[in-house]
Each structure stands twice: as C-alpha cells, then as structure tokens.
Design a binder for this molecule. Structure first.
Ligand code: F6R
Length: 609
C-alpha cells in the first residue's frame, strides 16, 4: 500500500507530484504529502485526508518554483491517519526527507536505539526511523549513506529521499516494494508504478531489490549492493496519459465495467491464435502435463474467487485435483505441495504481499509457479517460472471488475489447454470450446446491454438494507462470493456468500421476512438443487433476487425479482453472470452516495500482510 513519487527536471515539480499522487491514490488515500527543495532547504506540506485537502492547502500558499520533489499517498499501517504521521518524514535536523512504501519490521529496535542517542520521534510511523538513520549514517555521499541505512532495515520498502546538501537530486532504493524510474524530455521521475508518470516519459527502468538509484534532472545512475555503478537498459514506456482518464464516466468502476468486452478481447488475442491456444511465456509438453499431480490456485480477494471458479472448471475439464487457497492462509500452513504440482498465483496488481509470500513458499517446495497477472513488470509477474498477462489495461477503481473478467477468461483457456494436452478433448471438442471462449467479448457486451437498467432499478431493493446473502452452487458459488464482496466493499452493506446447500447448516436462522437473498442460478449442473434452496429461503419469507440464463426465465420469473442473462455456454457462463452483480453493487453504492472508486479503509495494491 501507499504510493510514492519523485521528480527532478527543469519544470516545476509540484504539478507533477500532485498529478502523480492523484493517479496513485488507488494505493492508499488516508493522507498525503510532498517535499520539495528550494536552495538548501526542504519544504514539506502534508495533510490528513484525500489529496484534495493537500491540494487546497498548496493552492492557498505561494506557488513553489522548485524543480525537485517527492510525494506520498498513505494507507496507514503504523500510526493512525493524521498529519503528523503522513509522509514525507524529516530527519532530526531536517537534513533528509523520506517517503516510504512498505513496512520496516525491526523499527522498534531501531527506534529505541535512536532514542538512546537522543533522537526524538514526532510520529508513530516506522518510516521516521529511516529519516533519522540516514542522518546518523550520513558520510557526505548519498549512495553510501543510503546503502548503509538500507542494510539496517528488515521488511519491505521502496524509498525516495531528498537531502538538503544535494537539492537537485533524489536518491532511491527498494526491497520487496515496487519502484520504477522513468525518463523523458520533461525530466526524471520515480514512482510506485508507471501509471503515475504516463504521458510524461518514454523510458522505464525497473530497479532490482537492493539497488540504489541516484536521480538527477538529466541523468539516472544505478548502483549495485557493492556500490559499483551498473548500466541498465530501459524499456519503452507505452502507457498513454489517456489510460488514466475517466472518459466521461462518473466513476472509474463504471468505465472499467464497460471496458470488459475490450479487455477480454485483448487478453484472448494474445492467447488464441489461428484457433489454437498458446501462451507467450508458458508451455508444457504432454509428458509434463501428465506428470502434474495437482494444481494449487492461490490468490486473495476477488482473484481468489476466480480461483474458486478455476477449481470447478479445471477439475471438470482435466480431472486434475485442483485446490484453491487464500494466500494469507496458505503461506502459514504447510501445504503438501511437491515438485509434481503446479501452482497458479492470480493477481491484478502483482504486488499483493500474501500472494508473493505464498509464491515463495511454493517455490521452496520445488513446485513450478505460473503467475497470472495484470500489471507487467510487477513482482509476481517477474518471479514466476511462467507468466500469463491479462491485458485489462490499468485498473484504477479499487473494486476489481475488468481484471477479474480477464482472469476468468484465462482460466477457461488453461482448462482447455491442459485438457487438450492430456488428450481428454477431441480436436472437435477443443475447437468448440475455443469458439465459445472467443465469443466471450460479445457475450459480456450483450449481458451489459441486457442487464444494466434492470440492475440499476433493482439496486433500490438494497439501498436501505443492512444485510444481504448471496447463494449459489458450483461456479455460481464463486459468483456469489464475488457478488457479495463487490456489494459490501463499495456500498458498506453487510453481505455474505454461502454455498446454497450449506445455508441450512446454520445461516438459514438469519433469514427473516424481507431478508435480501441473491440466488445465482446459472450453473446448469446444479440449477434444480439451487432452486430447492431458494424455495427454503422463500418459505421463510426472504426476498429473492434470482440471476439465471434466458433458458430458465420461466422458472425464475415466479420469484420476487430476477435478472436474466443471455444464454451462453456452460464453460463461459461465469463471465456473464458476474456482470449484473457488478452493476448491482455499483448502482447500490451510487444511491447510497458512497465513494465508489475509493471505498473506505481499502487500497488497490495490498503490499502489507
Ligand atoms: C476486490 C479486490 C480485491 C483484490 C485483492 C487481490 O474488488 O479488488 O479483493 O482482488 O486485494 O489483489 P490483487 O489481484 O492485486 O492480488
């Protein structure tokens, strides 16, 4: 969590910092701050709350002409959101200013050691120790000072540092948290991601853990752990500034819901070529596929829900035992993973701390890891044995939609790929399934058209509710989990998902007259079974909103409310079913006047465990 940015160049720094922080707000938004150098002084402005608060403070002051600065947007870990805890943090004598993304695990020991030396702490943060350590370790050389300081830290960090003695420079380093350096005609930038800089630079460098980077307005120098200068070849920065526009939509979430057909089309265009599935950086031989004993899908949140669908889909198509785990649980148990297993880590951001830790665990056990990631160049994307990139483009709303749909599309492809390799599918069946997958963009488009206004009007049912339950079986159960998460995270209505057959083992006691139950009924295998469970909640006077395919319109239209999605194949129906649930959550949150793109307490990139 937290986003950091830095700029040095010939132009004024503050506009770049503020624009970048706006684009980084998805990483945390409980406080913000910037530091700029002017002559030999460092000026800091910071504030509790959204970036708009900081902007109005800056607007009320004399305009800064500084051309060098760093900035931070925070998701609090150590210390409550407050002005004093927000970054940048200054060292004791104001020699250094630091912004930090990550967690310093040994900060307590470092803090008490510094306190013994007379350092007085102003904030409750772990970051402040870094500022003071820099000052205590200062030897007149930025690179060696940062190196010495970084060696004392354990945990994860991406750091951007200003020093009063070098007012035109920024020095940075990283371990475990992301950091990119970008250059172009406008100057030199550093940030947590390229999105913050898109439109202003054309080259991107991706520093490795432990490297130290010295930024000057027209030069970037990289140093390895031995402080030897190294030369890195940059990649071309392809993001455009329009990638971060709302393009007329009121919220990024709605824009991203509408972008799903195109995002899925783009993802599939890299995977299905000439009617065959082949991945750019993942392939197995028939023997390797036959040797797979089990598949472990590990992820967090919505990405985990894709994994739950994946379990049903991959097991059905391949017969390979498929286990889906929440990364934060998986990493602390002792899963019986061996070198004969394949682990799939699913992540939009590619920076989720628990998923990274789970990945390490799997690798230690000798299993191969396939990363399924949206953000190219992210830690998970770079650390797997194989990688498949979803091509959702930048996803800015905290609640995921288009990345989820792209991940699901890749799961279908993987199921068909494994099954074909294992000789389970005939050529004809394979082609039929690939055709079905290829029609996904149209299916999603048609579902948006068919369900948008119904979802909008039915959202009225939820706006005054305190609780809702989502039920389903099979892939409908995965959709129930995702629909429930979407609703609660952006509208703050308490909501739970249950396997429909599981309700009667406890949860049904919560059903009262008028309780909202959303019944997902698109998985053909279990339609009649879920229907029986719907009857059970109806018998207790629940208010049921059923979602199913056109084929079942007749059966479900007798329920209180229904949303009909177009008929589609049993393989791809989870992609259609999720659309009205995304829209329902969006419109409910809109009617409840919630902050849809930035729900309270959340951040898009969860880089702490
Ligand atoms: C919910 C949501 C989160 C993420 C989760 C994992 O809408 O977006 O639950 O799915 O935090 O994040 P990634 O996919 O970046 O690993």
């Amino acid at each position: 969590m937290c986003g950091i940015i830095g700029y040095t160049g010939n132009n004024k720094a503050v506009p770049y910092l503020l624009e970048g922080l706006g684009r980084l707000e998805y990483r945390g938004y409980d406080s913000t701050g910037i530091a700029t150098t002017q002559g030999n002084s460092i000026n800091i402005t910071k504030a509790k709350g959204r970036l708009s608060v900081l902007k109005s403070i800056i607007a009320s002051k004399k305009q800064s002409t500084s051309t060098v600065g760093i900035g931070h947007t925070r998701w609090a870990t150590h210390g409550e959101p407050s002005t004093v805890n927000s970054h940048p943090h200054l060292s004791r004598n104001g020699l250094f200013a630091v912004v930090h993304n990550g967690i310093i695990e040994n900060y307590k020991e470092l803090k008490s050691d510094l306190q013994k030396d007379g350092y007085v702490f102003r904030s409750d943060t772990d970051t402040e120790v870094i500022a003071h350590l820099l000052e205590r370790n200062y030897d007149g050389d930025l690179v060696s000072t940062v190196s010495k300081t970084a060696k004392m830290l354990t945990g994860a960090y991406a750091l951007c540092i200003l020093c009063r003695d070098f007012p035109e420079k920024i020095v940075c380093t990283r371990l475990g948290s992301p950091l990119v350096v970008c250059t172009g005609d406008e100057g030199t930038f550093v940030s947590s991601d390229t999105l913050a800089i898109s439109g202003h630079a054309d080259k991107v460098f991706r520093p490795k853990a432990g490297e130290i980077i010295l930024l000057a307005k027209d030069k970037v120098s990289f140093f390895n752990k031995a402080l030897k200068e190294i030369f890195i070849t940059p990649e071309k920065l392809t993001l455009k500034s329009t990638d971060t526009d709302k393009e007329g939509y009121e919220h990024y979430m709605l824009k991203e819901i509408m972008e799903q057909p195109e995002a899925v089309r783009s993802t599939l265009s890299h995977i299905i070529k000439n009617g065959r599935i082949s991945f750019d950086s993942f392939s197995l031989t028939k023997q390797e596929a036959e040797a797979i004993r089990g598949i472990y899908i590990v992820a967090c949140g919505s990405a985990y829900h894709v994994g739950v669908s994946g379990k049903y889909i991959i097991e059905k198509l391949t017969g390979i035992p498929t286990h889906t785990d929440i990364a934060s649980e998986f990493r602390y148990r002792n899963p019986p993973v061996s070198k004969n297993d394949l682990c799939i880590i699913i992540s939009q951001s590619g920076e989720t701390a628990d998923s990274i830790a789970a990945m390490k665990k799997v690798k230690e056990k000798g299993a191969k890891v396939l990363s399924l990631v949206n953000v190219e160049g992210s830690t998970i994307s770079l650390s797997g044995d194989y990688v498949i990139h979803t091509k959702a483009g930048p996803e800015i709303a905290v609640a995921t939609t288009k990345a989820y749909s792209c991940q699901l599309a890749v799961i279908y492809c993987l199921g068909v790929y494994f099954s074909s390799l294992l000789g389970i599918l005939s050529e004809k069946e394979q082609s039929r399934l690939i055709e079905e997958i290829l029609s996904l963009p149209e299916t999603i488009e048609a579902t948006i058209v068919a369900t948008r206004s119904k979802a909008e009007s039915l959202s009225e049912l939820f706006t005054e509710k305190e609780h809702a339950y989502f039920i389903g079986r099979g892939t409908d159960y995965a959709a129930a989990m995702e629909g429930s998460l979407k609703l609660k995270e952006i509208s703050y209505i308490h909501s739970e998902a249950y396997g429909a057959g599981e309700l009667k083992h406890g949860t049904i006691s919560l059903i009262e007259p008028g309780t909202m139950v959303v019944a997902l009924m698109s998985d053909e295998n279990v339609f009649t079974k879920t229907y029986s469970n719907v009857r059970e909640v109806k018998a207790r006077s629940a208010r049921v909103l059923a979602v199913s395919t056109k084929k079942h319109e007749h059966e479900i239209s007798s329920l209180d409310h229904c949303i009909i999605i177009p008929d589609c194949s049993s393989l791809t129906v989870p992609s259609a079913e999720i659309i009205p649930l995304q829209l329902l959550s969006y419109f409910t949150a809109l009617k409840r006047s919630c902050d849809i793109d930035k729900p309270r307490n959340l951040a898009k990139s969860v880089t702490v465990e």
